[in-house]
Ligand binder design. Structure first.
Ligand code: LGS
Length: 493
């Protein structure tokens, strides 16, 4: 099948050439979701390896032992990406592939270094700019066992900074875009509050006497912020000038709209929800250097405090704002702490508003709906509050019914739902840029179908379909890949 005219350009004439010529677009992935080779060539165990080998944790009972075999097939993948015309590729390094036991005193796995050197060289040779994430959720299991991982801020920070330094030293001659953490908020909410992701701890199992859920979620977030800032300090002091790169962090953010726009309580709840989700990390880094007032008011001393030294270190510790977004929710005010809601600002997240308006078209994934309007508002909200260059580092969707036997039927490869998702979000992006918002990249989530964490292989976010049962994980491009190629040709100068 060939899609020579995945986008013909006519309806969006007013958006043509809106994006600057150095705008980067491509796909994003994460090591634990694509590499496979989970224990090959000296790689150590990560908390996700442990999690997926624990019965009952992953929806379809799968593991990421092979995933998409990107470890073995990286050359083929770079060729495929090139055929889509990408200018950049965002991927993560597996800490336990580089330092199998994770710790600052532990040996480096040179075979792991060589793998990433090969991947980076292959990208650069093909004219694709690498955007590298240091941490996309796969903490070395050894650190979890030794001292509780991120619950031990000092020990963990020492180890993370050593790992970061190793990456700058070995790859920084070719990597000019560094992201310390991917979605620190999702890591801690899903791993420590809900307990549905590794390391599968749950605040709700151990409430204190007042009935509040424990503080672990917020302690881990604090560790992420402080260790991020220490890694950035090392980069800026030792490497930045020589290597000429940039460093930042990627935060998750799904816009919140009030359930009833005429009810001041819901209007306040929507703002509170944005602050609990986004400003939790963004205010300390890009704003006033501390957690938002709304969080302190509600959480009291369950929210850690920054020492003066930490505050000074964290404030301003990013050259750009990395942003992942997927959908929008309607939120309604709640009166008291209730389960996970107190981690989200005492709000209820709903699919329809008080007038019955839906937040958007449904996909195969329960939380996901196509909601481009909220995306446009989110970009402006972040720009107005922080005024920092934005790199869109993830955005994408599942369609319905792509979980089929090979070969995939035409309706699966002609993924109209995903094309419409991208089209509607990119229109919003281009309009925001026209209005003066400084957006510098767009990475679609994701390159190929992959191992979607606790959802296993059932949620297919890929712009290329994968036959996971085949020996070499045969790849079948979907139309969305060609749509992105053609639409970016139209948008970029
Ligand atoms: O695969 C992940 C994608 C898919 O959807 C990727 O590794 C992550 O960085 C990212 O979190 N991803 C993702 N996130 C959407 C989370 C939305 C949460 C909404 C929860 C509502 C109850």
């Amino acid at each position: 099948m060939s899609w020579t005219h995945a986008f013909d350009g006519s309806p969006d004439a007013e958006l043509k050439s809106t994006l600057p010529s150095d705008f980067h677009w491509g796909f994003a992935t994460a090591a634990a979701q694509v590499e496979g080779a989970w224990n090959k060539d000296g790689k150590g165990e990560s908390i996700w390896d442990r999690f997926c080998h624990t019965p009952g944790k992953v929806k379809d009972g799968s593991t990421n032992e092979d995933a998409t075999c990107a470890y073995d097939l990286y050359k083929q993948d770079v060729t495929l990406m090139k055929s889509f015309g990408v200018t950049a590729y965002r991927f993560s390094l597996a800490w336990s592939r580089l330092i199998p036991l994770g710790g600052a005193e532990e040996p480096v796995n040179e075979t792991g270094v060589e793998y990433y050197n090969n991947l980076i060289d292959e990208l650069v040779t093909n004219g694709i700019t690498p955007f590298v994430t240091l941490f996309h959720w796969d903490t070395p299991q050894a650190l979890e066992d030794r001292y509780g991982g991120m619950l031990n801020q000092d020990k963990y920070t020492t180890d993370f900074v050593r790992y970061a330094r190793l990456c700058f030293e070995r790859f920084g001659d070719r990597v000019k875009h560094w992201i310390t953490y991917n979605e620190p908020g999702v890591y801690t909410l899903a791993g420590y509050a809900a307990g549905v992701h590794a390391p599968a701890r749950s605040s709700f199992r151990d409430r204190n006497d007042e009935g509040d859920s424990s503080t672990e979620t917020f302690i881990v977030a604090h560790t992420e912020l402080v260790s991020h800032a220490h890694a950035v300090k090392v980069y800026r002091e030792v490497f930045k000038e020589k290597q000429g790169g940039q460093i930042g962090i990627t935060l998750h953010g799904n816009y919140s709209e009030p359930w009833d726009a005429n009810d001041p309580k819901d209007v306040a709840a929507a703002q509170r929800a944005r602050e609990f989700e986004i400003a939790w990390f963004a205010d300390p880094i890009y704003g006033h250097g501390d957690y938002p007032r709304s969080m302190r008011d509600q959480l009291g001393n369950r929210l850690p405090s920054f020492t003066d030294e930490e505050r000074a270190l964290v404030k301003g510790s990013s050259d750009f704002y990395g942003m992942n977004t997927y959908t929008t929710f309607f939120v309604r005010h709640l009166d008291g702490p209730a389960d996970i809601n107190d981690h989200l600002g005492n709000v209820e997240k709903l699919d329809t508003n008080s007038e019955g308006k839906s937040r958007g078209a449904e996909s195969d994934t329960y939380w996901l709906r196509t909601a481009p309007e909220g995306f446009g508002k989110l970009l402006r909200w972040i720009w107005d509050r922080y005024h920092v260059p934005i790199y869109m580092t993830e955005n994408g969707t599942t369609a319905k019914g792509e979980h089929v036997e090979a070969p995939p039927p035409e309706r699966v490869l002609n993924d109209t739902f995903r094309v419409e998702f991208f089209h509607s979000y990119l229109r919003e992006l281009a309009r925001a840029v026209q209005d003066g918002v400084d957006v510098r990249s767009y990475f679609g989530w994701t390159f190929t179908d992959n191992w979607e964490w606790a959802a296993g292989y059932e949620d297919r976010f890929g712009c290329t379909w994968i036959d996971f049962k085949s020996e070499h994980k045969t790849r079948y491009p979907k139309r969305s890949s060609y749509f992105l190629r053609d639409y970016f040709r139209h948008l970029i100068k």
